[in-house]
Design a protein. Structure first.
Ligand SMILES: C[S@@+](CC[C@H](N)C(=O)[O-])C[C@H]1O[C@@H](n2cnc3c(N)ncnc32)[C@H](O)[C@@H]1O
Length: 426
């Protein structure tokens, strides 16, 4: 079945000499670049990948590039570098805020105001009362001295008489230092308690110096910027894209959706969401989870009254084969069906807003459950073709067998467990 599906498309493997994007899905090289270093967004694109896609598919140097899953805004930064406009959607209010700060033009006056303000807020002279967020682990996030210092800095920022732009940049730098100064780190699908080989105590001096580094980077980047930012971004689900974007008005779409791997971005970014004040109660969190793509088990997973006829026979077959497997959560089959239906809706919307001959590039990873590989790249390509897209190519960037156990269980089909770029033309 996999082979049959794959034969319908031009698939380029990483070892092929025609491979264009090889290892570009790895963003880490970009983490020290201007603006990209304002927050280390692990799931972000490399700017080079986006530029390559635009140069390959956007035939003239004009137009608008859309990213329905904006994350940290890399697609629009790269599009703006090339002189194109950007439109984006992001459901997570922290990621949206990050993109908003990064995709703005700052005047020299603002840069100077920021420089002075950033020195001012770090000097905490007295202790204010502060309230920790209502997140269950709040009290364990920082060592007591560091907590006291950071929360006082935050009060200084919020109460300071600064312009909104400066305040936002101060808050962004503050949020960016949370994880490096905390007792947690991002790992797997959430946060893990940090373990040090040698005991390491994070001090107030560390906190001051971390904040100082972020603020210096931000100042340097806004003071020496050479890009004109042209971005229109929305803090809403991309499922509503057509409420904001005219049909036929976009020249290219580039995105990487959450993969069907149970990662919940609201869980991974929970420190930023709660300490940044974007989420104030578990009720807020629940609402946010229900609005995001159903790639995880915290979404709305009710299949009642859902029309599943859009799922192809081969996808149904894969889902049926799950029935006999031992899964670690019984909601996985429902999640997968709803994930694909959500993605099909994103593809429908993309088709509608694209101009004729416009392109759409989807960077996506496949997943496996109970030893059954779900070839999301092929499933999305098959659907896109059905609604009228031409599938130009599927370029495999890398294989993603992550554990020896997974290797054993997916031995025969391991080649389909991979991350790819699906390139479509309207
Ligand atoms: C893989 S990340 C994108 C990273 C991005 N390419 C970058 O360079 O930073 C996927 C993003 O999709 C967002 N997301 C999930 N569901 C969404 C929805 N329904 N609408 C818009 N964004 C959504 C997540 O919050 C996450 O930031």
């Amino acid at each position: 079945m996999y082979r049959e599906l794959e034969q319908k498309f031009k698939v380029i493997y990483p070892e092929s000499e025609n491979a264009t994007y090889s290892s570009l899905l790895n963003y880490s090289d970009d983490l020290n670049r201007p603006r990209q270093r304002w927050y280390r967004y692990k799931e972000g694109f490399s700017l080079e990948l986006v530029r390559k896609l635009i140069n390959e598919y956007n035939k003239n140097n004009k137009g608008t590039i859309m990213d329905p899953f904006l994350g940290s805004g890399s697609t629009i930064i790269a599009a703006n570098q090339l002189g194109l406009n950007g439109i984006g959607f992001e459901v997570n209010p922290f990621s949206y805020f990050l993109s908003k700060c990064k995709l703005q033009n700052y005047s020299t006056e603002i840069a100077l105001e920021f420089k002075n303000a950033s020195q001012e807020v770090l000097n905490v002279e007295y202790e204010r009362d502060y309230k920790l967020p209502a997140l269950s682990i709040s009290k364990n996030v920082f060592n007591p001295d560091v907590e006291n210092y950071l929360m006082n800095v935050k009060e200084n920022i919020l109460e300071g008489k600064y312009s909104d732009e400066v305040k936002n940049l101060l808050i962004l730098g503050w949020i960016s230092s949370i994880e490096p100064l905390s007792n947690y780190r991002k790992g797997g699908n959430g946060l893990k308690k940090r373990k040090y080989v040698k005991p390491r105590i994070i001090t107030v001096n560390d906190a001051r110096s971390e904040l100082h580094t972020f603020y210096t980077n931000i100042f340097d980047d806004i003071a020496t910027n050479d890009i004109t930012f042209k971005a229109q971004i929305f803090n809403d689900s991309c499922m509503n894209a057509r409420d904001y974007v005219e049909d036929g008005s976009v020249s290219g779409i580039i995105f990487s959706p959450p993969y069907a791997n149970c990662f919940d971005y609201t869980e991974i970014y929970k420190l930023e969401l709660w300490f940044g004040g974007f989420v104030n109660s578990y009720e807020d969190l629940k609402k946010l989870r229900k609005k995001s793509l159903r790639s995880h088990l915290n979404g709305e997973l009710n299949l009642e009254n859902v029309d599943t006829t859009k799922l192809s026979e081969s996808t149904q077959e894969l889902l049926n084969s799950l029935a006999t497997k031992k899964l670690w959560d019984k909601r996985i089959p429902a999640m997968l069906q709803l994930y694909y239906l959500d993605m099909f809706k994103v593809i429908d919307q993309s088709y509608a807003v694209l101009e004729d001959n416009g392109f759409c590039a989807i960077v996506v990873g496949n997943s496996s459950y109970g030893g059954v590989v779900f070839p999301t790249d092929l499933i999305l390509a098959e659907y896109a073709q059905k609604i009228g897209f031409k599938v130009d190519k599927i370029e495999v960037d890398r294989y993603i067998i992550t554990s020896s156990q997974q290797y054993e269980s997916t031995k025969e089909y391991g080649k389909y467990l991979r991350e790819s770029v699906v390139c479509l033309i309207k």
